[in-house]
Design a protein around this ligand. Sequence first.
Ligand code: MG
Length: 353
Amino acid sequence: MKITEIKVSRKNSPLTRPLRISLGTITHSTSIVAEVMTDEGIWGIGEGAASAFVTGETMDGAQAALKMLEEALLGVDPTDLEKVHCIMDRTLAHAPVAKAAVDIACFDLLGKKAGMPVYRLLGGHEDHLETDMTIGIQEPEEMARLAKEHVGEGFRILKTKVGTGKEQDLKRIRLIREAVGKDIKIRLDANQAWTPKEAVHMLECLEEYQIELVEQPVPHYDIDGLEYVTRHSRIPVMSDESVFDSHDAFRLVQRHAVDYVNIKLMKCGGLWEAIRINAVCEAAGVECMLGCMAEETNIGATAAASLGAALKNITRADIDCQFSIADFPVQGGMRWGKGGLLSLPCEPGFGFL
Ligand code: MG
């Protein structure tokens, strides 16, 4: 099988619920859908979602990158994943969003060619997983109201964005815990908002609210700071923006700088590298979460969920972007039921129609 063309289309649609985080506000799902066409008449669908705050990429940049990758990949067998990635990495440094789009489409093709769903090709540990639901930064009372609403919808795990000031953050978490009771898991995401000492102090103050973990308390480049927080906080620490690829993961787990790692396909350039990140973490005894960008659609979310279900060391999921999307670029893919239960399709590839 050979790649004959990579068709690219853009999707830019408003989120039903804009998401404010400590870095800024996300109002739209902005992604590029890539269709990798082959000489065998089958094609694969992938997606690259530009998350400017996190990956530093834009839609225009990712589209131009995809054009370069297409030229380099014409004639290559898309199911030779290592080869595809070697060519992409030689052609273009970084650019994980464009590479993720190609990678996801190639895995879709691999599944179609093999006649198997991707989650089974990746390991098949489970065929489903449970995601949390994210609550963006708003007034504390409104966040508590939303938390209660989500619990009413069946969600058992909430992820709360924080990082706009001590008093407000403490009030947020106090009101949310009061609103949902003690049996709901609450994880936090500070999106780099705190200094290491602020983080340790905040987490001390938050201990009484039974917090499962905190994501990225300090700036992404401050690995010493991350290690300091992990060492001094009783609440477990998860890296997000500090780990893009397996090299980042290795540096962190080698020095015990984190308790958990959040993997996102749009940071690492797709499933192929995500598998490696998980392997590095698993070898170090560090469990992973599979996350998504708020800008992604059901394409990226299905790919992420496929890996999250397939591997046992991926014990947590934050794949909730599909809940804020009004219209989907494709039908099919994973299904979601009450309370954040994501089920993978049994059709070949990712099951997109
Ligand atoms: Mg995060």
